[in-house]
Ligand binder design. Structure first.
Ligand code: SAM
Ligand code: DTB
Ligand code: SF4
Length: 334
């Protein structure tokens, strides 16, 4: 898809895939008015700034994960008090998807606490994907590492998006997760891409990483051969019992700066203001929208932790004169 394919007004800058960490760091450090102006300019060239894409999350298989991600309530290496459960039945998942659609979601995202799916579990997830698509919703799943054939099977079932986050910089990754490598993540992302599934890939801010790590994460995402269609930027939800429960809270203005950098470097991607909204003020969220975020998770829960309250979300959008994006309203990334 050529740049500017959305047909929306405004100057369209060239999409680059050669960002350096230092260039991104310099962007993040711009005077705030300059940074937001640049992010707004890029955003308006391809998107209607009043529209927000709404996704709803469901944990279809919770807890008991063998990985040791330092932030995660679902790792067996943590004592978060979370009760592990088996893969949900298809009908129960579809009931949740119907409720999400009735609540205004255009995409339904299903997450499983696996290192990688077993083939028989993948078949059950394929049935969920087919059922959710049948309701007229876009589908996204996040199941851990995939082989090429597994990605192909998900595509065959009609999967629209696969979420697989890089989470942090390549340099800091080993301080957060030791049970897999950055290259493992990149390998799965290329299997997903090769299978023709849209990529949802982003990270977490607040893991104790440096500003250089934050710039490096954004530069890594922006240097992927094709930008992810969807870029979730999560603010760490500090879960008691996890290794990062006492991580230093992030300054909301610094968080807005990261959102702006994601918008500027990946101009055609949907940038999702993801986990962590519950702890943000309405004003900080409004700044994130001004910085180019145009997607949120909506609903009572994320995967295992509470989300921002729905009534307040709709009131915020209303106060800002913003509206939920309809299915198909997303511009493809390049
Ligand atoms: N197990 C799969 C995986 O790791 O890819 C899928 C589920 S995992 C929970 C999906 C993503 O949720 C992680 O990559 C991470 O970015 C995000 N996440 C998990 N716990 C989080 C937390 N406490 N705060 C913010 N984001 C979190
Ligand atoms: C993403 O980037 N964030 C979502 C989704 N993709 C799967 C998950 C957020 C999880 C927050 C912590 C929890 O609820 O367990
Ligand atoms: Fe497992 Fe995913 Fe949590 Fe890591 S983030 S512990 S892989 S569920």
């Amino acid at each position: 898809m050529p740049d500017g394919g959305s047909g929306r007004p405004g100057p369209v800058s060239a999409t680059r895939h050669d960002w350096t960490r230092d260039e991104v760091a310099a962007l993040i450090a711009l005077p705030f008015p300059e940074l937001l102006f640049r992010a707004q300019t890029v955003h308006r060239a391809r998107f209607d700034p009043t529209e927000v894409q709404i996704s709803t999350l469901l944990s279809i298989k919770t807890g008991g994960c063998p990985e040791d991600c330092g932030y995660c309530s679902q790792s067996v290496h943590h004592e978060s008090g979370l009760k592990a459960s088996k893969l949900m039945q298809v009908e129960a998942v579809l009931a949740e998807a119907r409720a999400a659609k009735a609540g205004g979601a255009s995409r339904f995202c299903m997450g499983a606490a696996w290192r990688s799916p077993k083939d028989h579990d993948l078949e059950a997830v394929c049935a969920m994907i087919e059922g959710v698509k049948g309701l007229g919703l876009e589908t996204c799943v996040t199941l851990g590492m995939l082989s090429g054939p597994q990605a192909g099977r998900l595509r065959e079932a009609g999967l629209d998006y696969y979420n697989h986050n890089l989470d942090t910089s390549p340099e800091y990754y080993g301080s957060v997760i030791t049970t897999r490598t950055y290259q493992d993540r990149l390998d799965t992302l290329s299997h997903v891409r090769d299978a023709g599934i849209n990529v949802c890939c982003g990270g977490i801010i607040g893991l104790g990483e440096s500003e250089d790590d934050q710039a490096s994460l954004i530069a890594t995402l922006a240097c992927l051969p094709q930008h992810p269609e969807s870029v979730p930027i999560n603010l760490l939800v500090r879960v008691a019992g996890t290794r990062l429960e006492d991580a230093v809270p992030v300054d909301p203005i610094s968080f807005v700066r990261i959102i702006a950098a994601a918008r500027i470097t990946m101009p055609a991607s949907m940038v999702r203001l993801s986990a962590g909204r519950e702890s943000m003020s309405d004003e900080a969220q409004a700044l994130c929208f001004l910085a180019g975020a145009n997607s949120i998770f909506y609903g009572p829960k994320l995967l295992t932790t509470p989300n921002a309250v729905e009534r307040q979300d709709m009131r915020l959008l209303d106060r800002l004169g913003m509206v939920p994006m309809q299915i198909g309203g997303t511009a493809p990334a390049s």
